[in-house]
Design a protein around this ligand. Structure first.
Ligand code: ATP
Length: 597
């Protein structure tokens, strides 16, 4: 397929916000493709070269891309820089400059496969002279590209192409292109994606067979599974009721979720909640897991928390986040901030998939599988059948350093549901009992200039929640408190790569910040209560026509959720649930309110 066809579809995708139309456009694009070409077109359209978990990066900085555009268009680099600052998008600048430049007619139009191969080569270039190689490859590509193609090539290398085409839209498009478009097929396609985390693999399997062929996609050690997620409740009574009166309660450890892949031979690999490989961050866990797991290959999940190895006490989470991104002094950090992994689930044991078993059966397999070591333990668990016992366990959990309890359904249908949030797992945190239930993970979509002491930098940020159905980010609060000077000083750097001259197409807000940001950075905030708002767009109209939800008195907790991508942020639906639970608490029914009788 010609790359021009892809670029043409991107242009049309960009021009629409309607998800249905996006799906048609994508389905039309993908339908004629198969095998390698399908996979490559799909990854390119996601702004990727390989499934996200492989972490393949192009390693192209803005300056490098600017130089390539200058060389390809015959302009001065400084002029390219100025034009890009004006347009706010080097891709668009490339389109304009190449449109103006008098170039020889390209006699060799670009194919999708050429582009993909060149991008792989750009990603692979490393070491001495690699920057120059990357520039040269890019110049060659741009030399063969039409202005429109150049726009998307540049956006691709800068990592700014991803707007719009989200995973869920692609799953819809695959259903339309290669299956019957029914709900049933859509569920099976999504299930295959949840197990493999690889849209390319799902697409190629589907295109090469039919929906039934997806059953071939199973677990593979080294390929992360999208994690099962929990719903929340605000009372233990409600938790037990949801679970049918009987549940397994576990300590809710406050740390980093880790999915460990333990092969029969070779190194153990660890993945974060958002499926990034984090093996290098916890080098001490791999060998210890290899000893702890009796019968590999295995895939297990747990929460990694800092502990004091002398007293066995759990330490505050902030400690473990200090280990993120530390590469050089890891040996020292390992000593300073020792961690322990509390395992709570198993998906593959002795090479046999067990994710389809009910939770009690999985826990039994986990207990057989794991021989606890100093740094690898099992999550503390107790089966409870009444609220008194649940309260007792909660107290014990808090005393042991947990932040609450995780309740797990013991019903026969309690299989591990990859990628799904449901009431099979319910999180209950101690502080649900005061003020507004949970913390909220919001995506930064805007910044406001500070005043007074904060003049010259951002003083507050516009935050949004994610609506998967609409595939957009909806504002719910403007947060300024909770940032100390150091945090405020570093925010511009953290946000730089997401800056956008225009309101991003997938952001909805009635407020215009001084600076827009494409959804990327996730922050944890707390607040006093959720109210209705005429200017925020979260869950717009769900409670009252024209009103969205807003968080009052928001405060940044200091926790950057780098383990979450923007689509992993709190959803509009969750915010609505939190709003409803809060309303119910504030206005007890006659039954609950002793003062009413
Ligand atoms: P979520 O993962 O639900 O999107 P989150 O990342 O903000 O939300 P929490 O709301 O604190 O996390 O709760 C869910 C997380 O709790 C799980 O993803 C997991 O990392 C962690 N956790 C701690 N202890 C357990 C346990 N015993 N069983 C399952 N998960 C646990």
């Amino acid at each position: 397929m010609r790359f021009a066809e892809l670029a043409d579809v991107y242009a049309r995708l960009e021009a629409t916000k309607a998800r249905l139309e996006m799906r048609h456009l994508l389905a039309g694009l993908l339908r004629p493709l198969k095998g390698r070409e399908l996979e490559e077109a799909l990854y390119l359209s996601q702004g990727l070269l390989r499934p996200e978990y492989e972490g393949v990066e192009l390693g192209v900085a803005d300056s490098l891309a600017r130089r390539a555009v200058a060389l390809a268009s015959g302009e001065e680099e400084a002029a390219v820089g100025r034009a890009a600052r004006l347009s706010g998008d080097l891709g668009r600048t490339a389109e304009e400059l190449l449109g103006r430049a008098r170039r020889l007619a390209a006699d060799e139009p670009l194919d999708v496969r050429d582009v993909y191969a060149a991008m792989r080569a750009i990603a692979a270039a490393a070491g001495e002279g690699s920057q120059e190689q990357k520039v040269q490859r890019l110049v060659t590509l741009l030399g063969r590209a039409s202005p429109l193609e150049a726009k998307y090539l540049v956006r691709f290398v800068l990592g700014t192409l991803r707007v719009g085409v989200r995973e869920m839209t692609i799953l819809d498009a695959l259903n339309e292109a290669f299956a019957d478009g029914s709900k049933e097929s859509r569920l099976r396609i999504e299930a295959a994606f949840n197990l493999s985390s690889d849209l390319g693999l799902v697409a190629v399997t589907l295109a090469g067979g039919d929906v039934a062929a997806l059953a071939k996609i199973g677990l593979e050690v080294g390929r992360p599974v999208r994690p099962m997620l929990a719903e929340r409740e605000t009372t233990l009574e409600a938790v037990l009721e949801r679970m049918g009166g009987r549940a397994a309660l576990e300590i809710k450890y406050d740390g980093l979720r880790v999915q460990a892949h333990v092969p029969r031979d070779g190194p153990v690999r660890l993945f974060s909640r958002r499926l990034e490989e984090i093996s290098a961050q916890f080098p001490e866990l791999g060998p210890e897991l290899a000893r702890a797991i009796r019968s590999p290959p295995a895939i297990v999940e747990g929460e990694c928390v800092p502990v004091d190895l002398d007293t066995d006490e759990i330490q505050p989470f902030q400690d473990v986040s200090r280990r993120r991104g530390r590469k050089h002094d890891l040996a020292k950090v390992q000593e300073e901030i020792p961690v322990r992994l509390f395992l709570f689930d198993v998906l593959l044991a002795d090479g046999v998939p067990v994710y389809g078993l009910d939770f009690a059966a999985r826990r039994a397999r986990l207990e057989q599988l794991v021989r606890p070591t100093e740094r690898v333990h099992l999550a503390t668990q107790r089966i409870v059948e009444d609220v008194e016992a649940a309260k007792e366990f909660l107290d014990e959990s808090i005393a042991a350093g947990g932040e609450g309890v995780m309740a797990k359904s013991l019903k026969p249908e309690s299989a591990y549901r990859a990628g799904a949030r449901g009431y099979w797992w319910i999180k209950y945190k101690r502080d649900y009992t005061v003020g507004l239930a949970d913390s909220i993970d919001g995506v930064v979509v805007g910044g406001f200039h500070g005043r007074g002491r904060r003049a010259g930098r951002f003083g507050a940020f516009l935050l949004a929640v994610y609506d998967p159905a609409k595939d957009r980010f909806e504002s719910f609060t403007k947060v300024g408190s909770g940032f100390d000077d150091a945090a405020l000083a570093e925010m511009p750097h953290r946000l730089e790569r997401w800056a956008s001259e225009e309101p991003p197409a997938n952001v909805a807000s009635g407020i215009t910040p001084d600076r827009w940001f494409r959804p990327g950075l996730v922050l944890e905030v707390r607040g006093a209560e959720l109210t209705l708002s005429p200017v925020h767009r979260a869950a717009l109209g769900a409670v009252r026509a024209g009103a969205g939800l807003a968080l009052r008195f928001p405060r940044f907790t200091g926790r950057y959720r780098t383990d979450k991508g923007p689509t992993d942020a709190t959803t509009a639906h969750e915010l609505l649930e939190m709003y409803r639970k809060q309303v119910r608490q504030a206005a007890p029914t006659a039954d609950e309110d002793p003062g009413a009788s």
